[in-house]
Design a protein around this ligand. Structure first.
Ligand code: HEC
Ligand code: HEC
Ligand code: HEC
Ligand code: HEC
Ligand code: HEC
Ligand code: HEC
Ligand code: HEC
Ligand code: HEC
Length: 462
């Protein structure tokens, strides 16, 4: 063998060893439930009778992974004495199976869910009392239109019955009788609790759709959504392990980017260095050192498992009128970019993010900051009321920030140019110059120019 050929083979061998290591270094994705925790004998009778009483529920349950494993009705529906919603039904049970109930067997998912903004979706309604919904829904408690997505406080009547104004309810942040927040069935439709169903974009787009949160439409029209549509049957969505780039590669879904697992990240720089070292030791005839280098490399890798904390990969807060970066945003961004790296190169990802950041900053500077500052000043001067939705300018303002702005920002974040531009920035520009500014002029009359220069923008070409 010539020296050159020998070196070539060695390089191949090393690269092979590196890849072998990378592909075998996982095994983190599994979850385990201690069999002692399920299969309670008291649950057998429920199954027997409900096979006849509610065959649909029985069959869904029977086909589900949990039914197959032997998790029975009572394992989930059991209640303790003193639970506000408990009632006698052969055993003491409750209808609501809260995240805390699921947590008896799935603590990790419960904790992640509770630390995400999903669990705050009811609190945010009361904090925002008076904003968008107030005009259409008379009181915070009776917003039937908000509950299916956000949830509400589940109220229990005498005898453990759930009050009809708060039930049925699979809102993402509903507040349960045991005080826990949220609903796992919001995504994991009962009683199949299917992994595949929760991974499909439709599971998210039930709520993430429409003018104020158009992520479903943004995704559907993006290149990613098109790839999903074309190959949705080949994405192995029912597999237990679902690593981006490995178990599927055609294109990402909402879950891939916001929640999904990925294979361990290989540090390429480190690999280059090792190959250099190996080469040097071959050229120097240092066989001992060369052998040591052949041992599987300790990759400075990070493994990102699936997470139920949908907030953990976001750098900006796009839904706010004026978007700001979140705490520890660099780390959050890095995690999201690790997903992209399964299918794209570093440079491509950096460029996409740069364009996205630029659009958010431009929207802030051009529209969100001037409009917000002017509106605040008008409220301070008593020209507008403090009430959020009673003046014409309020309506224009909320459309500008909650609809046009969110379309632009989400469009740029999730690669849909129609939203980033036409429905987003262009609509925002029209709203701002043709409606907002003229309305300010009407309110301020002769003082308008001075007011706009002071609180809005200085440059007349703005
Ligand atoms: C002897 C038959 C029988 C047994 C045993 C039984 N159920 Fe039921 N259960 C029923 C019937 C019938 C209904 C009413 C179904 C309907 O809404 O038409 C019902 C209703 C329910 C409901 C819904 C209550 C509501 O108001 O919506 C739940 C939850 C439930 N059962 C769970 C259980 C669990 C858990 C067990 C075991 C501890 C159990 N059942 C045992 C027959 C039974
Ligand atoms: C993995 C946990 C789990 C298991 C196992 C389970 N359930 Fe449920 N069940 C739920 C959840 C979650 C809900 C929805 C309530 C909520 O939103 O909190 C529910 C709701 C119900 C309801 C009322 C809702 C409706 O659609 O009428 C009935 C009845 C019911 N379950 C019966 C059963 C029966 C019978 C079995 C056994 C064959 C069973 N469940 C097994 C979690 C479970
Ligand atoms: C008493 C224990 C127990 C409770 C309570 C419980 N689970 Fe499970 N869960 C299990 C077990 C065991 C498995 C694993 C089945 C397997 O290995 O295939 C599982 C698997 C799952 C899966 C994976 C399904 C799949 O397709 O592989 C989901 C999703 C899930 N559970 C959701 C829930 C939700 C949501 C709740 C509450 C409404 C809940 N579980 C309550 C024991 C439980
Ligand atoms: C179709 C489902 C859906 C309905 C119906 C809905 N929302 Fe929302 N709402 C969402 C989603 C999804 C978000 C998150 C938007 C985002 O992150 O881009 C949200 C965000 C919000 C926010 C901003 C939260 C924050 O953290 O700043 C407020 C306030 C709000 N909604 C109020 C309401 C009110 C009031 C109603 C009823 C009049 C309502 N929503 C109806 C899905 C819904
Ligand atoms: C926002 C939607 C959503 C909500 C809410 C949600 N899940 Fe999930 N869950 C998913 C998705 C998607 C997956 C599949 C993740 C993957 O493997 O890509 C999943 C997977 C799981 C699994 C299987 C885990 C594994 O490693 O394969 C369990 C168990 C589970 N969820 C339990 C829960 C529990 C308990 C709750 C409530 C505290 C909950 N989920 C709430 C979307 C959701
Ligand atoms: C039942 C309705 C509902 C479903 C289903 C749902 N979401 Fe949400 N989501 C919301 C609401 C409401 C908010 C805003 C909560 C708030 O502002 O407090 C939200 C917020 C978010 C956020 C922003 C979090 C943040 O910190 O700003 C992300 C990302 C998200 N959801 C992703 C998903 C994904 C991915 C899925 C599907 C796997 C999904 N959601 C399913 C209602 C839902
Ligand atoms: C290719 C990856 C990718 C896909 C696919 C994707 N998203 Fe996103 N999403 C992002 C990125 C990147 C951001 C902006 C992150 C940031 O702020 O740094 C984002 C932002 C969001 C936000 C805004 C949260 C806020 O700050 O207000 C929500 C909500 C959201 N996505 C939900 C979804 C839903 C629902 C789907 C599917 C219909 C989806 N995403 C598909 C990557 C993706
Ligand atoms: C599972 C694989 C996969 C993942 C993960 C993925 N993408 Fe893509 N992406 C694709 C494919 C396939 C295309 C289509 C390529 C083409 O344009 O020919 C694409 C296209 C794109 C485009 C071009 C859009 C256009 O309109 O031309 C951008 C930008 C992009 N992705 C950014 C991202 C970012 C940022 C992430 C992470 C937040 C990401 N992608 C995650 C597979 C993926």
């Amino acid at each position: 063998m010539t020296k050159k050929r020998y070196i070539e083979q060695m390089i191949l061998l090393i690269t092979g060893a590196l890849l072998f290591w990378a592909s075998n270094a996982d095994g983190y994705y599994g979850y385990y439930v201690d069999p002692k925790k399920f299969g309670s004998p008291a649950g057998e009778i429920c199954v027997q009778c409900h096979k006849e009483a509610t065959p649909g529920i029985y069959n869904q349950w029977k086909e589900s992974a949990m039914g197959q494993a032997g998790v029975n009705c009572y394992d989930c529906h059991r209640a303790e004495k003193g639970d506000p919603d408990a009632f006698e039904h052969k055993e003491l049970i409750s209808i609501v199976v809260s995240p805390k109930d699921c947590a008896r067997c799935h603590e990790k998912e419960y904790k992640e869910f509770e630390s995400s903004l999903h669990s705050e979706a009811v609190d945010v309604l009361s904090k925002a009392a008076g904003v968008a919904g107030e005009a259409a829904w008379a009181s915070v408690n009776e917003r039937a239109g908000c509950i299916p997505c956000h949830g509400s406080v589940l109220r229990v009547e005498e005898g453990g019955k759930l009050s009809p104004d708060s039930w049925p309810n699979t809102g993402i942040g509903r507040i349960n009788p045991d005080k826990s927040k949220g609903s796992c069935t919001a995504c994991h439709t009962r009683h199949m609790f299917s992994r595949e169903q929760a991974r499909r974009p439709g599971a998210c787009a039930r709520c993430h759709a429409g003018d104020a949160h158009p992520q479903g439409e943004v995704y559907r029209g993006s290149k990613h959504g098109i790839m999903y549509e074309a190959f949705s049957k080949r994405l192995n969505m029912d597999k237990r392990q679902w690593l981006a780039g490995q178990d599927y590669f055609q294109g990402p879904t909402c879950v891939s980017c916001h929640m999904g697992a990925m294979p361990p990240q290989m540090d390429i720089k480190n690999a280059d260095e090792r190959i250099d070292q190996a080469l040097r030791s071959v050229l120097e005839g240092d066989e001992q050192n060369f052998k040591a280098l052949l041992a599987p490399m300790k990759i400075t890798k990070r493994y990102y498992g699936a997470t139920h904390d949908v907030s953990s990969r976001l750098a900006w807060d796009l839904k706010s009128a004026v978007s700001e970066k979140r705490k520890n945003w660099q780390e959050k961004r890095k995690t999201m970019q690790a997903v992209c790296k399964q299918c794209h190169g570093d440079h491509f990802i950096e460029q996409q993010y740069r364009q996205f950041d630029k659009l958010v900053e431009l929207y802030n500077k051009k529209f969100a900051i001037p409009a917000t500052t002017m509106r605040k000043a008008l409220i301070k001067d008593g020209i507008l009321t403090k009430d959020n939705y009673d003046d014409r300018l309020d309506m224009i303002y909320w459309k500008l920030v909650d609809e046009d702005g969110r379309k632009a920002k989400n469009g740029a974040a999730m690669m849909n140019p129609e939203f980033a531009w036409n429905a987003g920035m262009q609509a925002a520009a029209e709203r701002f110059y043709r409606e907002f500014v003229p309305e300010v002029r009407k309110l301020m009359g002769r003082k308008a120019d001075k007011f706009i220069r002071k609180h809005g923008y200085k440059d007349s070409k703005h």
